[in-house]
Design a protein around this ligand. Structure first.
Ligand code: AMP
Length: 190
């Protein structure tokens, strides 16, 4: 299956992706993780990306798309993948379509984790990553609203969007996602 896990910062994308990637037997492609890795390695791409992440801004498309393109070309992605944190802009969504088209592939579903802002704020402050300081969180919410949220409409109009209540415990959200995946599997008879 080719799945995007979508949602605002703090919605639980990474947490749910952890079990979902095993459940689906597909690689977990988190652009945030991949960017943090290249930053830790001190590569040129990492150095270019660092200040954007620290400021809560989106890393420029060309850098992110290059990373995703390289990863999607690898053999383990042919049977499917779980994208987490990508696409985050309409331009990225369009690029993703083209990259998949080149392999005659298409997304199966976009799972949107819906969580009210007050809960998001609290979750992020509890998490304590370096880009989880209060002013940076604020910026990341603004970026989400302005640039990423329009993707909901984009994927809804293509019939790919599945919204899940992302409140409650990790296991409660997991059950809701499980149900969606099982429904999809039985509808596709596989
Ligand atoms: P995440 O781990 O998904 O919360 O991403 C952490 C940070 O990495 C974001 O706040 C962005 O600065 C950057 N980032 C991750 N994915 C993308 C993307 N698809 N496009 C641009 N920037 C990204």
């Amino acid at each position: 299956m080719r799945v995007v896990i979508f949602g605002p910062p703090g919605a639980g994308k990474g947490t749910q992706a952890e079990w979902l990637t095993t459940h689906l037997s597909v690689p977990h492609l988190s652009t945030g993780e991949m960017l943090r890795e290249v930053i830790a390695k001190g590569t040129a791409v990492g150095r270019a990306a660092q200040s954007y992440i620290d400021d809560g801004k989106l890393v420029p498309n060309d850098l992110v798309i290059q990373i995703v393109d390289d990863r999607l070309k690898e053999d383990d992605c042919r049977a499917g993948f779980l994208l987490d944190g990508f696409p985050r802009t309409l331009a990225q969504a369009e690029t993703l379509n083209k990259l998949l088209d080149a392999h005659s592939e298409a997304l199966d579903m976009v799972i949107d984790l819906a969580v009210p802002n007050e809960i998001l704020n609290k979750r992020l402050l509890d998490r304590g990553r370096t880009d989880d300081a209060e002013d940076v969180i604020q910026k990341r919410f603004e970026v989400f609203q302005a640039e990423t949220k329009p993707l909901l409409e984009h994927y809804d109009s293509r019939g790919l969007l599945r919204s899940v209540d992302g409140t409650g415990t990790r296991d409660e959200v997991r059950q809701r996602i499980r149900q969606l995946i099982d429904q999809h599997a039985s509808a596709n008879n596989d």
